[in-house]
Each structure stands twice: as structure tokens, then as C-alpha cells.
Design a protein around this ligand. Structure first.
Ligand code: 13P
Ligand code: SF4
Length: 306
């Protein structure tokens, strides 16, 4: 397997040069995929990176909405998503039509969409956010009433931090809801010195037990602090690879081995190579939607990290 990965890696890195491509990977990607990427990060960092990338081709190792965001920001670049089935089930819990209907029931409401949403849904929203800046984005708005879509748990977490009326769409992440409060309590007993860090997509009962609630990029920065020696990690387990690689000697314990996002794991060295060979499949947002979605994403990028 090691040899095969080595062989694939060499081919990918050579072809990447020929194509003038950059490889962007999310923190939940398979270890071997993270290892060949030019940049590994959270959703906010990946969109900031896509916006300023040089090459004419972006290979996006993540899920569909992330590749769409790159296409929204870089319409002149070719954006490859090595497996078109790599969609985010939470993003699929809301459609543009459903959102329009809900907006019709709430005249004048401001719509804040989590970046985990389709380009069409972004086009129907006022401003976008990620888990790294949701509180800051919502605090920056004049509106007192917010429709937050599609993640009810991130929305609930933000509602505990801001002084605004938040109406929540009932979406959720099927991976993060697998993390249960009893996982945290029993691991705390086993590792009494460990810090518990969870993603805001977790259920409120899990968030209530955490020392810190952070985006995946925030978790990576937190882990490098000198006082952190052991960390119970309440998010998708792909991040453990990066945490261990960047912090040898520290201990990282997944809150649940069940917290796997199967769609993230569809990207492999095999299909990255295939994608670069065939220059397919490409993600391209139709211009009419892209222009409207870009305003929503640009407003967020101006605000930056929380
Ligand atoms: P981050 O933006 O924190 O990386 O989260 C993305 C995501 O899909 C979490 O499930
Ligand atoms: Fe979507 Fe959850 Fe997978 Fe993140 S972990 S991409 S929110 S299904």
C-alpha cells in the first residue's frame, strides 16, 4: 500500500506541475490526501486560499459545496472535484426553493447561510459564514431577526453568544450527531488532564461539556499551544492525522471513532490522479447564480475570521 501510495503521489505531483494545478484539501481528508496537498485547512481558510490562488486549475479535495465556493470566487479557473458524489448531506437539507418559501413567511428577515450550502442557496442568502466566524458575522449585522440555515446546531450555538432572535433551519450534520455526551464524560474520566475541544456542529449537550468550541482550523491552532498536552477531539476523525503530524509528542483522542464523514473519504489518491489526467469532473457555477452567491461569500470574506 505504501509503495502504491508513493507511486501515485509521484505521478500526481508531476502532473500537477504540468497542469499548473494547486491541490487544496480539507482537514477531514484521508491522511495520504492531506500529505500531497499544497494547502490543508478549514472551510474559511480554503475559500480564502482559493480566492488568491495562482494556478489555472484547482483540485479540490473536500465536498461539493467547497469546490463550488472555489468556482464562485475563481470563475476563470478550472475547479476539479475528483468524485462528484462527494456532497455534504447537511448542505442537501435545504434547497433554494425551500428557502424562498420560508423567506416568504418571514418578510424582511436577514438570511445567514452556513458555507455548507449550495451556490443556489447562497444566492438566496444575505451573508455567508463558516464555523470559524459565525458569531462575528451575525454580530456585524444590523438586523435583529436572523434566519440561520441549514445547521440547527451551529445556529443554536451562535444564538447563545449573540443578542439576536435566531430562527433555525432544522438541518444537521449526520457525522457530528454521532458524538454523544457519554463519549465525552467517559473519556474525561479516562484522561482527566485532557482538554475537550468540539466542533459547533455537535449537539448542544456535547457542546455544554467542552472546554472549547472551535472550527477545525481553530482546533489545529489550539492544539499547538504549549499548555495543551492531551486533547479529546469532538469532530470528524480525519483531523487527527494533521493534529498528530503537527504536534508529535502530544496525545489526540477522538471523541468517537464513529465520527466519520463518508463523503469526505470519497476523495482518494487514485481519483485525484484520474481527475488530473482527464481534467474531470469539473465544478462550474452558472454565471447568473455565481454573481449573486459571490456577494454573499464576499461579505463574509470582508469580515474574516472570528
Ligand atoms: P470547518 O469549516 O470547521 O472545517 O468545518 C467544515 C465542516 O464540514 C464541518 O463538518
Ligand atoms: Fe457535511 Fe458533516 Fe461531512 Fe462536514 S462532516 S461535510 S457537515 S456531512
Amino acid at each position: 500500500m505504501e509503495d502504491r501510495n508513493g507511486e501515485l503521489t509521484e505521478k500526481i505531483l508531476n502532473l500537477k506541475k504540468t497542469r499548473g494545478a494547486v491541490i487544496l484539501a480539507h482537514n477531514y481528508q484521508l491522511g495520504e490526501v492531506q500529505d500531497i496537498a499544497d494547502f490543508v485547512g478549514d472551510s474559511l481558510e480554503l475559500s480564502q486560499n482559493a480566492a488568491k490562488t495562482d494556478g489555472g486549475v484547482i483540485v479540490f479535495c473536500g465536498v461539493h459545496f467547497m469546490a463550488e465556493t472555489a468556482s464562485i470566487l475563481c470563475p476563470d479557473k478550472i475547479v476539479l472535484l475528483p468524485d462528484m458524489h462527494a456532497g455534504c448531506p447537511m448542505a442537501d437539507m435545504i434547497t433554494a426553493e425551500g428557502l424562498r418559501e420560508r423567506k416568504g413567511e418571514l418578510p424582511g428577515v436577514s438570511v445567514v447561510c452556513y458555507i455548507n450550502s449550495s451556490a443556489e442557496v447562497k444566492a438566496e442568502s444575505d451573508v455567508c459564514c463558516t464555523s470559524a466566524n459565525a458569531v462575528k458575522v451575525i454580530e456585524s449585522l444590523d438586523a435583529e431577526e436572523i434566519l440561520f440555515i441549514p445547521d440547527q446546531y451551529l445556529g443554536h450555538y451562535v444564538s447563545t453568544k449573540v443578542n439576536k432572535k435566531m430562527i433555525l433551519w432544522p438541518g444537521f450534520c449526520p457525522t457530528h450527531i454521532r458524538i454523544q455526551p457519554q463519549h465525552i464524560t467517559s473519556l474525561r474520566q479516562e484522561y482527566p488532564q485532557a482538554k475537550v475541544v468540539v466542533h459547533p456542529e455537535c449537539r448542544p449537550e456535547v457542546i455544554a461539556l467542552a472546554d472549547e468550541v472551535l472550527s477545525t482550523g481553530g482546533m489545529c491552532r489550539y492544539a499547538s499551544r504549549s499548555e495543551v498536552k492531551e486533547m479529546i477531539v469532538g469532530t470528524e476523525i480525519g483531523i487527527i492525522h494533521r493534529l498528530r503530524k503537527e504536534n508529535p509528542g502530544k496525545k489526540f483522542i477522538p471523541a468517537s471513532e464513529q465520527a466519520v464523514c463518508p463523503r469526505m473519504k470519497l476523495i482518494t489518491l487514485e481519483n485525484i490522479l484520474w481527475s488530473l489526467q482527464e481534467m474531470s469532473p469539473q465544478v462550474k457555477v452558472p454565471e447568473e447564480i455565481r454573481i449573486r452567491a459571490k456577494e454573499t461569500v464576499d461579505r463574509m470574506l470582508m469580515i474574516g475570521r472570528g
